[in-house]
Structure formats: structure tokens, C-alpha cells
Design a protein around this ligand. Structure first.
Ligand code: CP3
Length: 355
């Protein structure tokens, strides 16, 4: 494999010295880019775009052509796993993801097949290999998966949800069946992420988008425990380099110490927590990723720059920080504001990496 030309992202995750703070954005390939919308049109719909190796590779590259991002992220979705387990994923315009089948009983859980990545998710690993070839060592490639709890919420609700009443009722009423489901998903996620690593992913991120809707006790038992199991089961090294694991629980600010103790290499932060406080709490154990409020990208270039400056100042001197948004970029952001964001991170962070 070609040596990496820009390894700032991997160096920062390892706490090694960098010349400036690396930056990428969750959902960096997405609807705010006109070229993304055009490619999705060619594919027909979102899932067909994910399944088309050449077009998935194309949209992954699009943000990198416009901006000096320090990492690429595989273009796919977290819901490929339940889809491959036979739940029948579809996207209806303006309504978000939906499943044809839902999981509501212990029998439903028992009847769910084990995930077979090689057989059913070859389109994802094919995309990973194609993107690695296309990147040609320019920046590292991030693979990803949803957390078992987050995947389970979609499988039980059958769609997104405001209050997660079905998923939580399932957890409270049938905790054993819930554990069976989460365990099956954790095994699937390990297999899936290891296949992505084997195909060329150089870091992986676990998206626990809905862990933050749980009580502290339930978070530990039903979300974190399974992410911990996943971290323990992942391939540690590829191409002679460590494959870092980033764990992102949206609204996880209350539980930073627990998350940092999971064995992950970095903790993703949403925008609700002050990154200086997060560093004081867990910065000696793990790297931090985040955490600008994505809606700041709707504001002016000067306020975007000021917010980047504030976050860099809060984090302070030295490595161990990967700049990102606190959640995915939203569809109608002006692409010019993203350029301001990325350039501000690179320019304003240099003073924190001298000496
Ligand atoms: O970050 C990246 O650029 C990588 C690609 C990526 C997508 N989804 C592409 C996508 C990643 C990492 C995801 C993760 C994902 N998907 C999560 C976890 C992270 C988060 O944002 O909280 C979740 C909960 C999903 C499920 C999902 N997929 C939702 C809620 C939606 C949005 C539906 C809508 O209409 O708003 C999707 C679709 C999706 N996934 C899009 C993209 C670019 C938009 C689809 C389109 O083109 O219309």
C-alpha cells in the first residue's frame, strides 16, 4: 500500500505531534453539495447510490475535491446491517428511513439471521476497496457502523422516533430478548467492521446516535456494554498501523469517563459539552473529536471563524484533537461556509502545535 501523504488525522488520534489540527465532517458527502444531489439522481435513490461501487466512491471523493479535509469517510449508511438481516430498508422522500419488518417479540429476535457480511454486504467492502484505490494515499479512510442500541431502535420502531417508546418498552418489558438482539447485532458489527478494515478502512467510528436518550443505568447496560464488546473484537492493526476506534454517543457528555474506559481510542463529542472540560475529564486517556454545533454553518463566515477559534482555544495546546461538527452537517448549508470552516481550523490551529 502507498504511504499516507497526510496522516494528521491518525497522528492526532494517537496523540502524536501534528502541524495543525485535522478536520473532517460527519455527513461530509451529502445533500448540501449540488454534485452529490446530481450523482444521487444518476443512481436513482439513496440505497442504489450506496450499492453502486463507482458512484459511492465518487460521492466519497466529492467533499475532498472542494475542501482540504484530513480524512475521507466511506459513503454508506448505518442501516445497511438491519437491511442485510432481512428487515427491508427503504427511504421515503422527506420521511427518513423505514423498515418493512419490525422486531417486537422474542421470537422475532430468534428468527433474525446472523449478519453475513461477505454474502450480503459485499457492496460496502467493494466500496471501501475502490475508495482506498481512488484516494491513493492522500488521506486516511474511515469506516463506520451504528452501535447495536442505535440499530435496535430503528429495527424495533421501524423508523426514526421522537420518544423511542417501542424500543424502550421492549427494553423494559423484555430485557432478555433485548440483550439477545443487542448481542446478535454486536457480533454482526464486529464482523462488518473487521471486513471494512480488511478491505482498507484505516480507522472506524461507531455512531451511537440514540444512546443519549437512555438513563445512565440503561446506557451502561444496553448501549455502552455492547460497544465495549465491539471494541474488544476489532482488528487492532492494518498496514502496520493501529486502526483507531472512535466512539460517538450523541448526548453522551454525562458519561465521558465510562465511554473513555471502553477501550476506544477517541471519543466523539456533540456540541453540548465544552471541549476544555471534556479534555480535563478524559483527555489523558483518549483523543477527542468534535464539537462545533452544525447549525453555526448557517451563520456568517466571521461567526464560523470565531466559533472555530473558541473551540481551539478551549481545547488548548497540543495534539489529541480531531476537529469535527458535533453531529452531521445539515442538507441546506451553503458549501462556501464549509470552506470557511475547514480553512479556519487549519489556519487558526497552527499556533497550538508549535514547539
Ligand atoms: O458521514 C458521512 O458522510 C458518511 C455517510 C453516512 C450517511 N449516514 C449517509 C447518508 C453516515 C456515517 C451515516 C450514518 C447514519 N445514518 C446515522 C448515524 C449518524 C447520525 O447522523 O446520527 C443514522 C442515524 C443514519 C440513518 C439515516 N440515514 C437517516 C436518519 C437518514 C436521513 C434521512 C433523511 O431523509 O433526512 C439517512 C439517509 C442518509 N444517510 C443520507 C446520507 C447522505 C441522506 C440521503 C439522501 O441522499 O437523501
Amino acid at each position: 500500500m502507498t504511504a499516507l501523504k497526510n496522516d494528521r488525522f491518525l497522528r492526532a488520534l494517537a496523540g502524536e505531534k501534528v502541524d495543525m489540527t485535522p478536520v473532517w465532517m460527519m455527513r461530509q458527502a451529502g445533500r448540501y453539495l449540488p454534485e452529490y444531489r446530481a450523482t444521487r439522481k444518476v443512481a436513482g435513490d439513496f440505497m442504489s447510490l450506496c450499492r453502486n461501487t463507482e458512484l459511492a466512491c465518487e460521492v466519497t471523493m466529492q467533499p475532498l475535491r472542494r475542501y482540504a479535509m484530513d480524512a475521507a469517510i466511506l459513503f454508506s449508511d448505518i442501516l445497511t446491517i438491519p437491511d442485510a438481516m432481512g428487515q427491508g430498508l427503504y427511504f421515503s422522500e422527506g420521511e427518513g428511513p423505514r423498515f418493512r419488518k419490525v422486531v417486537r417479540t422474542e421470537k422475532d429476535v430468534e428468527q433474525l439471521p446472523e449478519l453475513n457480511t461477505a454474502k450480503d454486504l459485499g457492496y460496502v467492502t467493494d466500496a471501501v476497496s475502490a475508495i482506498r484505490r481512488e484516494l491513493n494515499g492522500s488521506v486516511p479512510l474511515i469506516g463506520f457502523s451504528g452501535s447495536p442500541w442505535t440499530l435496535a431502535t430503528y429495527m424495533i420502531e421501524g423508523s426514526g422516533s421522537k420518544d423511542f417508546r417501542n424500543a424502550k418498552a421492549f427494553m423494559f418489558n423484555q430485557p432478555e430478548a433485548m440483550h439477545l438482539l443487542l448481542d446478535k447485532l454486536a457480533r454482526g458489527v464486529i464482523d462488518y467492521l473487521n471486513a471494512q478494515i480488511a478491505a482498507g478502512a484505516q480507522a472506524v467510528q461507531i455512531f451511537d446516535t440514540w444512546g443519549g436518550v437512555l438513563s445512565t443505568h440503561a446506557y451502561r447496560e444496553f448501549s455502552l456494554a455492547y460497544m465495549q464488546k465491539i471494541v474488544a473484537g476489532l482488528t487492532k492493526e492494518a498496514d502496520g498501523r493501529k486502526v483507531p476506534v472512535i466512539l460517538f454517543t450523541k448526548n453522551g457528555g454525562l458519561w465521558l469517563e465510562d465511554i473513555a474506559a471502553s477501550g476506544c481510542d477517541a471519543v466523539g463529542l456533540d456540541w453540548t459539552i465544552d471541549i476544555g472540560t471534556a479534555r480535563a475529564r478524559i483527555g489523558n486517556k483518549v483523543a477527542l473529536q468534535g464539537n462545533m454545533d452544525p447549525t453555526i454553518l448557517y451563520s456568517s463566515p466571521s461567526s464560523i471563524r470565531a466559533e472555530v477559534d473558541r473551540i481551539l482555544r478551549d481545547y488548548g495546546q497540543g495534539s489529541g484533537h480531531v476537529f469535527n461538527l458535533g453531529h452531521g452537517i445539515t442538507p441546506d448549508v451553503d458549501p462556501a461556509n464549509v470552506a470557511v470552516f475547514v480553512e479556519s481550523v487549519h489556519e487558526l490551529s497552527q499556533q497550538y502545535h508549535q514547539g
